[in-house]
Design a protein around this ligand. Structure first.
Ligand code: FAD
Length: 117
């Protein structure tokens, strides 16, 4: 069981990293097409998340708190909020959502051009 918990935690850290970085790089003001893409991406992320028990919980969270897709700030704050709900359920500390913008950077060209990377 110990090995399984270790793998589940590693998967979780990798998944949350991609999840928050994706939201932190979402357009500041999203088009209808971009909003649809994000909503579909998140629904499929929750549905196909490889830990079945986790996926079930997360799909319920998404139904209760639908993703905010209007733009980067709303989306990344929503992501921080739902991760905190998972943290609470697992008895972990709550994360300060004021810092998500600085915490999740991608090291990509667009960032460098804007001087934000
Ligand atoms: P993690 O929760 O993995 O967080 C990684 C890092 O992200 C933290 O160190 C911190 O720097 C940062 N962080 C923490 N909170 C936030 C936040 N709110 N916003 C932004 N950044 C933050 N595990 C289970 O045992 N049962 C489950 O049901 C379960 N469901 C999951 C559902 C999903 C969708 C995902 C992605 C993971 C799930 N996990 C579940 C895994 C679990 O959430 C953790 O990833 C795992 O326990 C490792 O925890 P951790 O303490 O290293 O930090």
């Amino acid at each position: 069981h110990l090995g399984n918990e270790t793998l589940k935690a590693e998967l979780g850290r990798a998944a949350w990293k991609l999840f928050h970085t994706t939201l932190a790089r979402f357009p500041e003001s999203a088009s209808v097409d971009e909003r649809t893409a994000l909503a579909q991406y998140l629904a499929l992320f929750a549905r196909l998340y490889p830990c079945g028990e986790c996926a079930g919980h997360f799909q319920k969270l998404l139904a209760q708190y639908p993703p905010q897709t209007s733009g980067r700030v709303a989306a990344s704050q929503w992501g921080c909020f739902v991760h905190n709900l998972v943290n609470e359920r697992l008895g972990k500390e709550v994360f300060d959502c004021m810092t998500v913008g600085e915490t999740y950077k991608c090291g990509c060209a667009e960032e460098d051009k804007k001087g934000k990377g």
